[in-house]
Design a protein around this ligand. Sequence first.
Ligand code: GDP
Length: 565
Amino acid sequence: MRVYELAKKKKVSSRILLKIMKELGIKGKVAASSLSTGNIERISSHFKEKKPPISSTGRELSSFVPRAPIITLMGHVDHGKTSILDTIRESRLIAAEYGEITQHIGAYRAKVNERELVFLDTPGHEAFAAMRARGAQVTDLVLLVVAADDGVMPQTVEAIDHCREAKVPVVVAINKIDKSNTNIEAIKKELAKLDLAPEEWGGKTIFVETSAKTGAGIKKLLEMLHLETEMLELKADPKKSGEGAIIEAKMDKREGKSISVIVKDGTIKVGDNFIAGGTFGRVRALINEEGKNLKEAGPSTPIKILGAESLPLPGDAFRVVDSTSKEIIEKKKLPAQKELKRRAPARVTLEEFFGEIKKEQRNELKLIIKGDVVGSVEAVSESLKKLKVQEIEINIIHQATGGINESDIMLASASNAIIIGFNIPLETKMKELAKREGIDLRTYRLIYDVIDDVKKAISGLLKPKEIEETIGEAEIRRIFTLSNGRAVAGCLVTKGKVLRGGKVRLMREGKIIHQGRMSSLRRFKDNVKEVATNHECGIQLEDFNDFKAGDLFQIYQIRKIVKEV
Ligand code: GDP
């Protein structure tokens, strides 16, 4: 008999039973561990002595009920995530418990042993991390799919890094076992090296061998997912007002603005007022995945809601509120677009890092390292790990070869990490995304420079970078000499504008003749602050008189930046 089977018999959760086993000194770490007859007897007599059995937390908090786990599939491309999702969905249809699915709402439910499991429809790391970056930890459990004929690949490692950062438990499906060229033992070995050791080797991770093509192992997979989540003891209080997270938001031709929400706690009812990210609304209709209209939706239900004023973003928090709540009133005043802009996240940069250490807000620097080849990525990461200044820990949450991608940026955003690119070009699209997410993304060519910057950052020596911004250009047309002997350059502004406070560079035949400050800027007889393109003006410099017609003034300013993207 296995731990979970005995737990069921004794009407306690596997977790409680494992606790009792620990007290009694009985070996077994996981719900699937098997028990000898002798040990079963010892546990049973423990239950007889101690009546009633140790209560689970559910008893103390009476309105809490178990809720179904929300599961996301992750793994390398083409390893079978979509196929597994489809196979589960189909077997669910065959079971005919739910009737036919008529609606796509971003998630669906499957039943195993009378208990529900909720699967998010979008497999992949970007979506997972993007949700986390917005503050919604929707996923309770990750199903990591690894193809038996391909093994651990870069995105497998990436997925594991994401899960570790999110502290989400993982169940592994070794898929495509119907293929002939598989080496399952080797895959287990590789995964064990990445902290996912299978139970039979003394680890904690459940492995299930599946084939989405033949359906082999899918039923067992569902059972194991159920088992693993039983250990999580997920609970919710359906009596509370509903809260959850947005999983999809779209404009529907027929229904208008439609948002899909997964309820994480409480109950959402028709007529409820809500806020969701930057928007708000009133629940006009609740529609489930079969297209049925519901009056209310409880914990772990994926549900489509009509009635939002504008579209929130996936991962935005959803919350039922009073119509007179301050939040709703404020949201009504502020157009949604502005609100979205206002929420630009504040992430740490290398330059700001030291300040946060000083304020004791941080003693760990999280980094993501991407590079051109394995050797350089390892060299950078090894040298960084060796840096130790004032108890600051350098935590490399993800390292890989290849360009910086969306998944890296979302992981950085969700975990407040800095990205270091080594010897790789940077796509403009990624630069923009990093900027939007407020991520400090740096590219380097020399290992020395990476180490130097990080070292300076953690010891507070990294100074903000300065960049030059051109404001305008003016060409000298005529020179006037004043009675005090000083020269005034009569100019035409040819580009941008001339600012009195601006810094000036004087160019002659492409060479810099002088750099300095303006002492006066005049238009006709008047002192002015600025002069625009195609207007004439008179410029005097603080300590330079030797102008020539045809010289060019470049007006610029220096801006300090703490983030360099
Ligand atoms: P995803 O990128 O991880 O979502 O992978 P897909 O589900 O799209 O599957 C990629 C390819 O592998 C498709 O051609 C599937 O038909 C195939 N595939 C998925 N699961 C299995 C399986 O268990 N056995 C075999 N032989 N092929 C599979």
